[in-house]
Structure formats: C-alpha cells, structure tokens
Design a protein around this ligand. Structure first.
Ligand code: AMP
Length: 187
C-alpha cells in the first residue's frame, strides 16, 4: 500500500475562537477562513454563525464579531498556534501581544484567533494553554461553540459546552446573529 507523504490517519479536531472589532470585521473573518482553507494540514473548516457582541473591559467602543471555526487538522497544536499567529499578523495585528495575558480582550484588534480545544488534549507550556483558560466564562465563545458541537465535553471540567453555556449568568453581551454559518471548501 502506498501512502501519500502528507497523509494522516485521523485528523485532530480543533475549535478556534475568532474575533474582530476593528476595520472591516467581516472581511477579516472571511480572509482568516480563506487562509486556513489554503493551509497545508488543514483538511476542513466549518464556521459557526457569526455573532455581534459588546466589548468586555477596555477593548474600545466598537462591537466585536465573534465566531468559532471547527477545523480538522493534520497538525500539532503548536504548529496550529503558529499558523494562527501568522494569520493574525497578516491581518495587521501588531506583533507584541496586548497587555493582559492569554485571551485577554484588552485593546481593539483586527483579528484574534485562539485555540479553544484541540481534541481532548490538556496541555500547557509557555506558548500554549489548551483548553483555553477563559473559554468557560465567555458567552461570545460558548454560544458559537454550542452551535457547532453542544455535546463536546471540556476535558478538565467534565461538562459539555451546552452545560457550560447554561451555567453562565444572564448577560446582554450578545447583540444578535450578524451572519449565518459557512462551510469553506478547499479550492
Ligand atoms: P491573545 O491576546 O489572546 O491573542 O494571546 C496571545 C498569546 O497567548 C500568544 O503569545 C500565545 O502564545 C498565547 N496563548 C496561550 N494559549 C493560547 C491559546 N489556547 N490560543 C491562542 N493563544 C494562546
């Protein structure tokens, strides 16, 4: 049997949180998806509906567009993180991370891409923490994640996405659906 060099037997499922609150927000989200579709090692990408959300903390006056991409990847988590970082920079995000640490919403940004889950991996080093440490507090993450995979179980907390979303206190953070879900095909 011959196996192509880039073959992988079982792609990993990664969920990536996506946000933008600067400039042409929808175009940054669409371009990010297009970049990922064109990346070797990314086998499929599906987007949840895109929500318009109020900024949390000192992120400027402008509302965010937020969604989650489900990716099937033949990549390691650190390879994926570096690809996401390159796409953020390509979209004009400054190289230095904003103050506030991982996943902070401090500062307006053209594009923010965070790895939320990578299969059921629990991992931490200087570059990457998976599952994303703040995801279970954030409606702007959990709502689109719930649209894609409500039964996905948080590997550390032992609760499904549906349960995590139901446990959040009521908020008026989500303003509405801005655009419907999209599946991106390889060209
Ligand atoms: P942010 O401001 O959310 O884009 O955070 C960027 C920094 O967080 C980068 O230096 C990443 O290496 C680090 N980081 C740690 N864990 C994650 C994660 N799960 N997803 C994205 N960035 C992460």
């Amino acid at each position: 049997m011959r196996i192509a060099k880039d073959h992988c037997f079982r792609p990993s499922r990664a969920y990536v949180g996506v946000g933008s609150n600067l400039g042409d927000r929808m175009s940054y989200l669409a371009k990010a998806a297009r970049c990922l579709v064109d990346t070797a090692g990314v086998k499929a990408i599906q987007s949840a509906p895109i929500y318009e959300t109020r900024p949390v903390g000192p992120a400027g006056p402008d509302n965010f567009l937020n969604t989650v991409f489900a990716l099937d990847v033949c990549l390691s988590p650190l390879q994926l993180l570096r690809i996401l970082h390159d796409i953020e920079v390509l979209m004009g995000r400054p190289l230095a991370p904003p103050r506030g640490g991982v996943g902070s919403r401090t500062g307006a940004r053209t594009l923010d891409l965070d790895i939320l889950f990578f299969d059921d991996l629990v991992f931490q080093n200087d570059e990457l923490t998976v599952p994303h440490p703040h995801l279970h507090h954030r409606e702007f993450v959990l709502r689109p994640l719930n649209d894609l995979d409500p039964e996905f179980s948080h590997p550390e907390l032992g609760l499904t996405v549906r349960e995590l979303l139901a446990a959040l206190p009521p908020s008026e953070q989500i303003l509405g659906v801005f655009a419907e879900a999209v599946t991106f095909a390889h060209t």
